[in-house]
Design a binder for this molecule. Structure first.
Ligand code: T1G
Length: 700
């Protein structure tokens, strides 16, 4: 059982003890109901306190149980809350740290609630594509008012206990403890005080729930919420459930909530969001690196290169309060880099996203230098210099000379071989790739590239510091392009072939943007610069000549149409504007190229466009798993969601393939392999896919 029971004088105490966040799994629910029965049967007990051990009161229903029989096994959460409400002795919830989801719903089933200041209170189910399913939509409006409750339920955001306790007329908290340390004692004292009271025990379900302008308010709420959640069904169901709380009897409202909850549980969006919740946390787990691997302390960081990437990388550490020294070769490069960092912070201050004093505090942590010797005390040094092996060799040679023993030496390379870079030093065990995505101070993704000799404690340290700087870190092995860029290579190849076969850039972009990508491959190329891909294709033409591409993209670059930065790319642009205008010149160039290839253009459906682009990611992702470059398919999903704009509600390319059915994906690939273009080799379903299909399994 994962709930403890003890009696202190005439007060029984039930303590949730299901680390790490007291998820309300089956065993915990049994522990609560058994503790409650003991308390009710014990004549000496006059009142009951429920609290949570460790770092949370409760983080809610046990997400790990979802989809298993245990999730609904009685006593399910609704039954536990009903048992609390039927208790003949007062039950006081002693709430601290985290009180979320089912944890808050459990507290709302108690007669009284005493909270510690600083407690994060939320109903975050909407972030999992659900709505509160244990009475939250019916009870929270009764204690906080309809509008406050609906805002919390639709946003899923946490609010501090002291803020909620200060709301006029709130009935969520009967008492705010003086401090987290005194919470428990104050809750026990409070329990004693109410035990002495006569009369009916207060039940939230009996409180009135009305909104003075109900119809108008909920119409407004529907319009607002609907506009923000086109791809997610849950938010509007939250509005329906809360409206039911104002217009129906409590039990009828509960029935409506239950209906919505049950339906939402099986929607593709909720399944995807719950997959991502687990995948994001699993990504920080490295199979052969134990969780308790000691991490090296990172007190100061060195960054080499004050360009766009170096400046952005430095900001991540400054934002986390970690001092940074930026090294450049020339003073004007340093000055330019610092000016860019200042400009970025000033823009945040102007938008109200950063307080002016915080900005100054961060800048005070920033030092600059022209000498490697000033990096001798840094615990972590990240280079973000020109993407050329010769330059990296010089930098790592210097770092090997000046860095203190145990310093971690990281390269921000996006494609170069980390093992070769490590070999430029006498300490390959301290060398690792930290591939940030531009803009480095904004994009969440960090690919942590482990070399053959990278130490396990180095990996554990980098994963730990990634969490501190709020990055989603995913470990990649060493290969050309690691995980993300290796996959986008195949995605881009298909985009080019689709043009050769009959599609236009705008048709391809529109189809994949309708699928959910923020930007199609051609608009993205124009934004990032078509010359970047051009340089990589030239390098690859030497290293892997058998990799075939459409020549269209090269022809575009030969015309100097690098995209927005040259005022023209796949699309035309008006001066100073970013609107992508279909280009007659480019479409003519594509038509002429088809003639050169002897290809008769055909009508290509949007469905084929989406399948060719997305299944290209899936097939390459399967090869990446086979090669051991990524250790789990959820990692690949996290890379694509946080670094490449894959639509969140579809859960990532590998999860999406599971949803489509790997049999269907493999059959589509076989059809593409028959395509006249000589790309049959690529479209052979990866051996891993063929194996999973044969065994009727999915990506794990
Ligand atoms: N169930 C199971 N495990 C959970 C969990 C949960 N609800 N919440 C967190 N964990 C695990 C997580 O997987 C990780 O474990 C560890 O705790 C630390 O998490 C009926 C149906 C609570 C604010 O959505 O927001 O109640 O992967 O790294 O940064 O209406 O976790 O390391 O093994 O995030 O300190 C609603 C989700 C559930 C809360 C703590 N509740 N959790 O943040 O740690 S649905 C939620 C969080 C529900 C009812 C409905 C955060 C946190 P591992 P962490 P953290």
């Amino acid at each position: 059982m994962t709930a403890e029971y003890k009696v202190l004088g005439d007060v029984a105490v039930i303590t949730l003890a299901n680390p790490p966040v007291n998820g309300l799994g089956y065993a915990t629910r049994v522990g609560i109901t058994e503790g409650l029965s003991k308390a009710l049967d014990d004549g000496a007990v006059k009142a009951i306190v429920i609290t949570g051990a460790g770092k949370a009161f409760s983080g809610g229903a046990d997400i790990k149980e979802f989809g298993t029989p245990k999730a609904i096994q009685d006593p399910n959460l609704l039954s536990v809350i009903l048992a609390l409400e039927h208790s003949t002795k007062p039950v006081v919830a002693a709430i601290h740290s985290v009180c979320m989801g089912g944890g808050l719903e459990l507290a709302l089933g108690c007669h009284y609630r005493v909270a510690a200041p600083g407690t994060s209170v939320a109903l975050p189910e909407v972030k999992l594509g659900l709505l509160p399913g244990a009475g939250g939509t019916q009870r929270l409006p009764r204690v906080l008012g309809v509008e406050t409750a609906l805002n919390m339920i639709v946003s899923g955001e946490a609010v501090k206990s002291e803020v909620l306790a200060s709301l006029p007329g709130q009935k969520l908290f009967d008492k705010l403890a003086a401090s987290p340390e005194s919470l428990f004692d104050e809750a026990v004292e409070f329990a004693k005080s109410v035990a002495a009271k006569d009369g009916e025990l207060p039940l939230v379900r009996n409180l009135p729930c009305k909104h003075p302008q109900g119809d108008a308010y909920f119409q407004f709420a529907r319009n607002t919420v609907g506009a923000m959640s086109k791809n997610y069904p849950a938010p509007l169901k939250c509005v329906d459930a809360v409206e039911a709380a104002t217009k129906r009897k409590f039990d009828e409202g509960m029935a409506e909530e239950r209906r919505h909850f049950t339906n939402l549980m099986f929607t593709p969006e909720s399944i995807a969001l719950r997959h991502l919740f687990m995948a994001e946390r699993a990504a920080s787990r490295i199979p052969d690196v134990p969780d308790d691997t000691p991490q090296r302390p990172i007190k100061t960081v060195g960054v080499i290169g004050a360009g766009t990437m170096g400046g952005g990388i430095a900001m991540n550490f400054l934002n986390a309060g970690i001092p940074v020294t930026i090294l450049e070769m020339k003073q004007e490069a340093l000055d330019r880099g610092i000016a860019t960092i200042r400009k970025n912070y000033e823009a945040q201050v102007k938008k109200g996203k950063l307080k002016a004093d915080k900005y100054e505090q961060r800048m005070a942590l920033l030092k600059t230098t022209l000498s490697y010797d000033d990096l001798k005390d840094a615990d972590l040094i990240i280079e973000a210099v020109f993407e050329e092996l010769g330059v990296k060799e010089k930098v790592f040679g210097e770092l090997d000379r000046v860095a203190k023993p145990g310093a971690i030496l990281a390269s921000n390379t996006s494609t170069l071989d980390v093992d070769k870079i490590a070999a430029f030093t006498k300490r390959p065990q301290d060398v690792v790739g930290m591939h940030f995505f531009s803009p480095a101070n904004v994009m969440k993704l960090l690919e942590v590239v482990r070399g053959a000799k990278t130490g396990k404690d180095v990996l554990a340290t980098v994963m730990g510091i990634a969490k501190k700087i709020k990055k989603t870190a995913v470990v990649s092995g060493v290969c050309d392009g690691f995980i993300g860029n290796r996959m986008i290579e195949q995605y881009s190849r298909q985009a080019g072939f689709l043009l050769d076969e009959g599609a236009t850039p705008q048709q391809v972009d529109k189809a994949i943007e309708k699928f959910g990508f923020a930007m199609g491959p051609f608009r993205m190329g124009d934004l990032a610069g078509n010359d970047i891909g051009w340089a990589i294709r030239k390098r690859r033409a030497v290293e892997t000549p058998d990799m075939k591409y459409s020549r269209t993209a090269d022809k575009l670059c030969e015309l100097g149409r690098f995209g927005q930065k040259t005022g023209a790319g796949w699309y035309d642009y008006q001066p100073g504007k970013r609107d992508a205008i279909p280009s007659a010149l480019v479409n003519k160039m594509i038509e002429d190229h088809r003639k050169e290839l002897g290809i008769t253009p055909r009508k290509i459906s949007d469905e084929e466009i989406v399948q060719r682009l997305v299944y290209a990611l899936v097939n390459e992702g399967a090869h990446i798993l086979e090669d051991g470059i990524a250790s789990k398919s959820g990692d690949i999903d996290m890379v694509y969601l946080t670094g490449y704009g894959f639509p969140i509600w579809r859960g990532g390319p590998m999860h999406y393939a599971n949803q489509v059915g790997l049999y269907n994906v493999a059959e589509a690939m076989k059809r593409f392999a028959k395509n006249p273009r000589d790309d049959a080799d690529f479209w052979q379903p990866a051996p891993l896919i063929r194996k999973l299909v044969a065994e009727g399994r999915q990506f794990g």
